[in-house]
Design a protein around this ligand. Structure first.
Ligand code: UT7
Length: 322
């Protein structure tokens, strides 16, 4: 079976930054509470003219441009989202249209909330495998601000909007020195996080924060361990671990539990908040832009969240000549 590796990343976020102090003017909260409980200092919310589609298209366009891959060679488009502009057409179809990508390829969105990007990578691998394609555009995009109840302080301070995209390449892993793409995916139906569909009378996100916290700190270490075992590696061989950016305390808890080196865990939730399916590719894009992603590096990505779902992946960053 063929593996996947990342060639390039792109990202986008709305112009309007919303600080904790801005939210404290709307609900009974404070910068101190939000910072100490979550690590979040600010997030971005879409304004007029900015939508899930526009952010996803921008992120995918940047990833495509940076890769240098001929658009005609894109073999599938997969986007992880729970907050697309429309029930249909999908965000992926809009990326295809706006970037002028091929028509004779599979194009679809995946709904697995904060684990969505990992699921989307595995879907892309399967589609490239079955169709013989070589490159996929895999994007995570959320406009969660439109799903927030701005009178509920327990949720409205947590989430933000944004998009991240990776151009990934399928390669024959038996003939390559680069390590195999491996995933660990799972779910257990649970109503701990819910959001009614866009367009219904109530579209707000509701969450039992404590239950999700417990779920996260037990799931993330197991998922990382499973990915390490399946890829026959130890944590010392991994350059970066990028967890879904929900809460700094969750990530710190897992680092402690695993006795893992904290410097391998990338965090940027302080300035984006929780962007669900977009958080992992947005982090990858930021790492790329800061020069932290170096060709040949080994990455573990871990998502967890509504569903409840979880997903871990090992893959390499191949990069392109800059
Ligand atoms: O991406 C999906 C994955 N989601 C997550 O990973 C979320 C996981 N859960 C969490 O991150 C944490 O549970 C939260 C950050 C959501 C909440 O932290 P917590 O330490 O579990 O707080 P809590 O819900 O137990 O609330 C403690 C207190 C309550 O007041 P009382 O009952 O003790 O008087 C809340 O009413 O904090 C109050 N509170 C707030 N106070 C100020 C809740 N939200 C706020 C707020 N500002 N924004």
């Amino acid at each position: 079976m063929r593996s996947l590796r990342i060639l390039s990343c792109g990202g986008a976020h709305p112009k309007r930054m919303v600080t904790n102090d801005d939210l404290a003017k709307i609900v009974d909260t404070s910068d101190e509470w939000i910072t100490t409980r979550t690590g979040i200092k600010s997030r971005y919310f879409c304004s007029e003219g900015e939508t899930a589609n526009s952010m996803a298209i921008e992120a995918a366009s940047v990833a495509l441009k940076r890769s240098g891959v001929d658009p005609a060679e894109i073999g599938c488009i997969v986007t992880a989202t729970i907050s697309g502009d429309y029930a249909t057409p999908s965000i992926s179809c809009m990326i295809q249209k706006e970037l002028g990508l091929p028509e004779e390829i599979p194009v679809l969105d995946v709904s697995a909330a904060c684990s969505g990007f990992i699921y989307a990578l595995e879907v892309a691998r399967g589609l490239l495998e079955s169709t013989g394609g070589r490159y996929a555009l895999v994007t995570g995009c959320e406009q969660l601000s439109k799903l927030l109840d701005m009178t509920d302080r327990s949720t409205c301070v947590l989430f933000g909007d944004g998009a991240g995209s990776c151009l990934v390449e399928a390669f024959e892993d038996e003939q390559s020195e680069q390590k195999k793409f491996v995933t660990s995916l799972g779910a257990k139906g649970d109503m701990a996080i819910t959001a009614e569909g866009v367009g219904t009378a109530k579209t707000r996100i509701q969450m039992d924060g404590k239950e999700v916290f417990r779920f996260a700190v037990s799931t993330i270490p197991k998922c990382i361990q499973d990915v390490l075992e399946k890829s026959n590696q130890v944590i010392d061989e991994i350059d970066w671990i990028v967890c879904h950016q929900a809460n700094a305390r969750i990530i710190e808890h897992c680092i402690k539990k695993m006795k893992a080196p904290a410097e391998k865990f990338y965090m940027n939730l302080d300035h984006y908040g929780n962007t669900s399916g977009a958080s992992i590719p947005m982090a990858l894009n930021e790492m790329y832009e800061q020069g932290l992603l170096i060709p040949g590096q080994n990455l573990i990505l871990v998502g967890f969240g509504a569903g409840l779902t979880w997903g871990g992946a090992f893959l390499t960053y191949k990069g392109v000549d800059r």
